[in-house]
Every structure is written in structure tokens, then in C-alpha cells.
Design a protein. Structure first.
Length: 388
């Protein structure tokens, strides 16, 4: 029952986001973007298809409305288009398109597929039997493997062949409840560690952990239980010997080899739901309650800055390029200075001035002087106003 309540709350956040946008936007001339190209998304529902695109070598790869496309950045020419094999009444249940070498990787429901970047042809498909997916899940990858979390387990898959290398049940540090959800686990590219944020329902409320496993054997190494009441752990990131994670209104840092707590920073009257990222010595994360982007010092947890109050919840995957952080917030695209949190640029879809139902919704892909984002009605390619 509590999981249903959580799902409803997320939907309410999405709805509130749109209502906030209606009354707080500033569709002035200086906010209008330089659109290189865009194309319509037929039959697209309001909150579906939030997959982060890929930008690479003059092309962008976009997964939306049951289709994967390769589009030339400069011209908007569609080089190829591949049907994903998803039913017409279903949406893509992933938040990020991954790539490595000549392959693109996408997860949906109980499958993971690899596609050739040159022609969009399917290279391999792995169907995970009896797998219960988590909606809008995010895979991670290292040099050789993909990692996908689900309800009660995580699965490690070979990137070259699609073979399942590990399938590990997440049962540790459960105090009541039935099944512990493995939300967006990450696999280290430097050593043999996997980190799994979790959440599970009990009679006393929601609980959450950060669990660590050996990425070769699947052996459980250590775990840390969130100190927050009725809150799961939903996201984590690693840098050096530190793993950070968010739980409710708090950001934690642990020694990633031992699980020892290094610091905890609680943000008053706010809460986190998006993906945490680390760039050099700074941790970045957007908030769902007060709609700020926060920057924390990696070593101490001190809040370096918070951005302006954006018009809606930041529940996305941010991207750092040089001294700028890029993110969408279900309405605008923002570019914020990473030195001080000042807004360098923000933009609504150009159609907004005539039709306020238009939104940017997916995490943005940034590169080669372009910004690519899936909106609720169109896919957009914009010039990056701060590209050198």
C-alpha cells in the first residue's frame, strides 16, 4: 500500500511542476532559445519518455515514442530510425541512453538491448526472466559491463554479448518488508565495487540503505542504513574513496571501501529525488521540494551554494561541462555557473509564448556546441549559448 502512495506522490510532483510553470514562467524575449531544429512527437503523453539523449561526433541519438533515432546535429537530418518493439500503449521505462564504442544501450521493462550506432540495427537483446523493473530506472556501466537495478535484485550484463554475468538478490539490512528495491545502482570503473541505493516498505514505514557488493563475485561487503524516517535511498555517486548518496532532505558521504560515515548534511525544508553527480571536488543535486540546485563540498559536506528558486522540481540528471551545470526542470533548461550558483541562461521551449503547455522534460545532452532535450511534444536541438 505504501508503494502506491509513493507512486502517487511522484505523479503529484509532476502535476505540481506543470501548475507551478503556469504561474511562474518568464516567457520574455531574452529567454528564447536559438533552435537549430526540432521535430514533433506524435501520440506523446505528458509525462512519458524522459530518456537522456546522447551527443557524439556530429550526431545525437534520441529514444522517444517507442523509437530510437540518429539525427545529424547541424542539419536535423534523420540518418536512421529503429522501432524498439514497445507496445503502442507503453512508454520507455528508462531515463538514460548509454553508449560505448560503436554501441548504444537501452533498458525497458525486462529487457536490455544493444544497437549499432552506424545503422541502428539490433546487435543483441537480453530478456531477464522474472525481472520486475523499476520505472524510469537508470543503468550504469564500466568498461565491460552494464548494471541494472530492479525490485529485489540487480543484474550485471556483458556489454559485448548481452550475457548475464551476475544476478544478485538484495536482501541485506532488511528489517521487515518483503522486497527491497535496487534503485539506480552504480558500478565502479576503477575497481570491483557495486553500490546499490535501496528502499523497502515495512509496517513502520519506508526504509532505505546503501549496500556495497563485489562486482565480480556478487559478494555482499557492507551496508549503511539511512538515518532518515520513512525515506528510501534513491541515488548515489562515487569519486576517489568517497561514495555520496541522498536520502530525503539529507546528503551523506561514506568511505566507499568500508561504509564509514564521513559527513551528513541536512537541508532544512527540502528534499531530493533527482540523480546526484560529482565533478571534481563538488557534489551537485537538484531538489524536489524547494526547486534549488545545490552544490556540496565533497570532502566536508558544506553547502557551497544553491541556485535561484526554479519554477518547478528538479528531478533530472544534471550535466557538468567546464564551469557550467546544465539541467531541465520539467519546464525550463537551465545553465548555472558552478563557481557561485548564478543562473547564466535559462530557456523555455519557443512555442511556450503561444501555447503554455510546451515543456522541456528529459535530462539534457550537452556537447559539441549543442543541447538536445526531449520535450513533452517535440525533440529540440539548441545551440549552447555558452559554448566556446
Amino acid at each position: 500500500m505504501k508503494q502506491k502512495i509513493i507512486t502517487i506522490n511522484l505523479a503529484c510532483i509532476m502535476l505540481l511542476t506543470c501548475l507551478q510553470c503556469e504561474s511562474n514562467v518568464e516567457p520574455t524575449k531574452q529567454l528564447e532559445p536559438d533552435v537549430v531544429w526540432s521535430y514533433n512527437l506524435p501520440d506523446k503523453m505528458a509525462f512519458d519518455d524522459q530518456v537522456m539523449p546522447v551527443v557524439e561526433n556530429g550526431f545525437t541519438y534520441v529514444a522517444a515514442v517507442r523509437t530510437l533515432k540518429c539525427v545529424e546535429l547541424e542539419s536535423g537530418k534523420i540518418e536512421w530510425s529503429t522501432e524498439l518493439g514497445i507496445d503502442t500503449n507503453r512508454v520507455i521505462r528508462s531515463r538514460k541512453l548509454h553508449h560505448s564504442g560503436n554501441l548504444l544501450f537501452l533498458n525497458h521493462s525486462n529487457w536490455v538491448k544493444a544497437f549499432n550506432k552506424n545503422d541502428g540495427l539490433l546487435v543483441w537483446e537480453t530478456i531477464i526472466e522474472n525481472f520486475e523493473n523499476i520505472d524510469l530506472s537508470i543503468m550504469s556501466q564500466n568498461n565491460s559491463s552494464l548494471l541494472l537495478g530492479g525490485k529485489g535484485e540487480f543484474v550485471k550484463i556483458n556489454k559485448s554479448t548481452g550475457a548475464i554475468e551476475l544476478r544478485v538478490s538484495v536482501t541485506q539490512l532488511m528489517f521487515g518488508g518483503i522486497k527491497q528495491h535496487a534503485s539506480d545502482p552504480i558500478i565502479s570503473d576503477l575497481d570491483n565495487y557495486i553500490y546499490v541505493p535501496t528502499g523497502y516498505n515495512t509496517a513502520e514505514g519506508l526504509k532505505g540503505n546503501l549496500l556495497c557488493y563485489n562486482s565480480i563475485t556478487g559478494e555482499y561487503l557492507w551496508g549503511f542504513q539511512s538515518e532518515e524516517d520513512n525515506i528510501a535511498v534513491s541515488t548515489c555517486a562515487i569519486e576517489g574513496n568517497i561514495v555520496v548518496f541522498a536520502s530525503g532532505s539529507s546528503m551523506y558521504a561514506l568511505n566507499r571501501f568500508t561504509g564509514e560515515k564521513l559527513w551528513k548534511t541536512k537541508v532544512k525544508n527540502d528534499g531530493f529525488w533527482s540523480s546526484v553527480i560529482i565533478d571534481r571536488e563538488t557534489v551537485y543535486m537538484g531538489s524536489a521540494a524547494l526547486s534549488f540546485m545545490y552544490a556540496f563540498d565533497l570532502k566536508t559536506g558544506i553547502i557551497k551554494w544553491k541556485s535561484e528558486d526554479t519554477p518547478s522540481s528538479i528531478i533530472t540528471i544534471p550535466t557538468v561541462v567546464e564551469n557550467r551545470i546544465y539541467f531541465s526542470n520539467w519546464a525550463y533548461i537551465y545553465i548555472v555557473n558552478t563557481d557561485n550558483g548564478n543562473t547564466l541562461w535559462k530557456s523555455l521551449p519557443p512555442e511556450y509564448k503561444d501555447d503554455s503547455s510546451y515543456r522541456y522534460i528529459s535530462p539534457v545532452a550537452v556537447g559539441e556546441g549543442y543541447i538536445v532535450c526531449i520535450g513533452n511534444k517535440k525533440v529540440y536541438c539548441l545551440t549552447d549559448p555558452w559554448y566556446n
